[in-house]
Ligand binder design. Structure first.
Ligand code: HEM
Length: 199
């Protein structure tokens, strides 16, 4: 799969720098500072660091991911999944652990609270354009998570996030990415069948 840069050029939606900071951290931890410098040069970024509370056009993030793929040889899916998995520990370490804790003690409880979590996040990041979620088909050890977003192409991030949550709750998680469709107001609607066992 080719890097996502060409598909994503919606400069109107803006993303908080916290996400770009996490991309930087992930790159530096795995590939070192010099690879980060090459990636940001390739993405055309003059500054090495992002401000967590500042908003940047989504295209900056997509450019970064595209440059990361070109520089490291990762596919877009691999990079986005790795980012999603990392996001759970990153937000915990960056001062938002209380928000994660307030969202539930088990994986299914947590997944049922994802909208509330982002509502709380929006009290801090007041211009947030958050995704929204719905749970269906719930059984003892599985459910279907519906993900709605104004943004394109972030389904693989959800796969990584769900794996990261599996690790957080110490359960083995199997994630199947199912269908991608559009809502009437043209948002992305993706479904993920999530099954778990263990704790
Ligand atoms: C304390 C933990 C979390 C914080 C602080 C947080 C914060 C954020 C922020 C700042 C954004 C960028 C949106 C924007 O700037 O407009 C975002 C986007 C996103 N978040 Fe969260 N988040 C957290 C946990 C989660 C979890 C647990 C999930 C799902 C399992 C999740 C799923 C997403 C997705 C998929 C996006 C991409 C935006 C989109 O699809 O439109 N987040 N989050």
């Amino acid at each position: 799969m080719s890097p996502p840069r060409a598909r994503f050029s919606d400069a109107e939606i803006r993303m908080y720098g916290l996400l770009n900071r996490a991309v930087r951290d992930l790159v530096v931890a795995n590939f070192g500072e010099s690879t980060w410098d090459k990636i940001r040069a390739r993405a055309g970024l003059a500054e090495s660091r992002f401000q967590a509370m500042e908003q940047y056009p989504d295209s900056v993030t997509y450019e970064l991911v595209g440059a990361l793929c070109e520089e490291t040889g990762m596919t877009a899916d691999q990079a986005l999944e790795a980012f999603g998995e990392y996001w759970i520990q990153y937000t915990g370490a960056e001062g938002y652990e209380h928000l994660l804790e307030a969202s539930g003690d088990t994986l299914p409880e947590f997944l049922n609270n994802l909208n509330d979590l982002h509502t709380r996040v929006a009290l801090i990041f007041t211009h947030l354009s958050p995704p929204s979620f719905l749970v269906s088909d719930e059984t003892e050890q599985s459910l279907v998570l519906h993900y709605f977003s104004h943004r394109e192409g972030l389904g693989p991030v959800m796969v990584g996030l769900l794996r990261g949550l599996g690790a957080r709750f110490n359960v083995d998680v199997v994630v199947e990415r199912e269908v991608m469709q559009r809502t009437d107001d043209n948002r992305v609607h993706e479904t993920f069948r999530v099954a778990w066992n263990g704790a």
